[in-house]
Design a protein around this ligand. Structure first.
Ligand SMILES: [Cu+2]
Length: 338
């Protein structure tokens, strides 16, 4: 994980000659948004903006892994990924992180939607609580992640499960979706654009890697070599394959698997049972996607085209087959299965 400390780029600390040199070199402009400086919860709660509280705990727990074993996970609020924050652009986020007294390590929380360096918040020790506030100024999907103990162990904490997303909805709402079709009229083929209402069926998909020793502990050596033990989506391998219920529906036999691997088959798995994503044809679907890991994600849906890709409230593509997400990059995919 690469962390650029915004403070280290503070213009006031730099030699004026350096700034002039950068200028002469052709263009690096440092922009410090308002939110960078505003962390005062007292002032922000009185600013006329809606205040949204986001309360998290930092907890180490044991979670199941494919193959029937477990691993030592670190989590926000006991779950992987952590709870999803959803706010509207312009809202104030009041983030509170509490660490239980019996937790084995301190934790932090770096929310990319905040445009603040993790240095500002540092970390919270077991038995303590800390808080910061910020204005969610930019719309989009943004990662949040543990920043370790003063950045020490950040890789371990994030790759063991301490990540989530903040969805910042545009202040003017989402746009309707346009999908290009063609039709034949009087023997002539022509464009026939279809428009879908902005309201959509929504899902979040978060990609990450697990780097584990056989005992289920974090393996930093494997991480540096990119030898991942598993790629996980929303914290699970093969979490979106059929389970026994689908076997029964499709094959008439709960024990006859439909797919090559169905590791989360049984009802006894409770929340760890696999979950299919059900959508209807001709329905507007919106996916909030974040790459939480340190491998690229080549996002493609078999048999579909991504009708619209949005990042930072700007449309990046219409009708692309695949979109590439680097580490700590998010996107909003709007599409219709047709
Ligand atoms: Cu942590």
């Amino acid at each position: 994980q690469t962390q650029v400390g915004a403070q280290s780029l503070g213009v006031s600390k730099m030699n004026a000659d350096v700034i002039e040199q950068i200028h002469q070199m052709g263009g690096l402009q440092l922009v410090m948004p308002e939110a960078f400086a505003v962390t005062d919860c007292g002032a922000l709660s009185d600013s006329g903006r809606k205040v949204v509280e986001f309360n998290l705990t930092g907890e180490s727990v044991t979670l199941p892994i494919m193959g029937g074993k477990t691993y030592h996970a670190m989590t926000f609020s006991g779950q992987v990924p952590g709870p999803t924050l959803r706010v509207t652009q312009g809202d104030v986020v009041k983030m509170t992180l509490s660490i239980p007294a019996d937790e084995v390590t301190g934790h932090g929380n770096d929310m990319h939607a905040s445009q603040m360096s993790a240095d500002n918040f540092e970390s919270v020790n077991p038995g303590q609580t800390s808080q910061y506030c910020y204005i969610a100024q930019s719309a989009g999907t943004f990662k949040y992640h543990c920043s370790g103990v003063h950045l020490i162990g950040m890789d371990q904490h994030v790759l063991s499960g301490m990540y989530g997303i903040a969805i910042v909805d545009p202040i003017d709402g989402y746009n309707k979706l346009m999908v290009e079709k063609t039709s034949v009229n009087n023997g002539k083929v022509s464009l026939d654009r279809k428009f879908y209402d902005a309201d959509a069926l929504e899902f979040t998909l978060q990609y990450n890697q697990l780097y584990l020793t056989p005992e289920g502990n974090y393996d930093a050596g494997a991480m540096f070599q990119h030898h991942n033990t598993a790629t996980v989506v929303n914290g699970m391998q093969f979490g979106y394959v059929p389970n026994m219920v689908h076997n029964l529906l499709v094959k008439g036999d709960a024990n006859k698997n439909i797919f090559v691997a169905q590791p989360w088959n049984g009802l006894e798995n409770k929340q760890y049972q696999s979950q299919l994503l059900f959508v209807e044809n001709d329905q507007h679907v919106r996916l909030f996607v974040e790459n939480q890991g340190n491998e690229p994600v080549f996002f493609h849906i078999v048999g579909e085209i991504l009708d619209r890709v949005t990042q930072g409230n700007r449309v990046q593509s219409a009708a692309t087959e695949t979109w590439l997400l680097g580490g700590s990059q998010g996107m909003i995919v709007d599409l219709v299965f047709d």
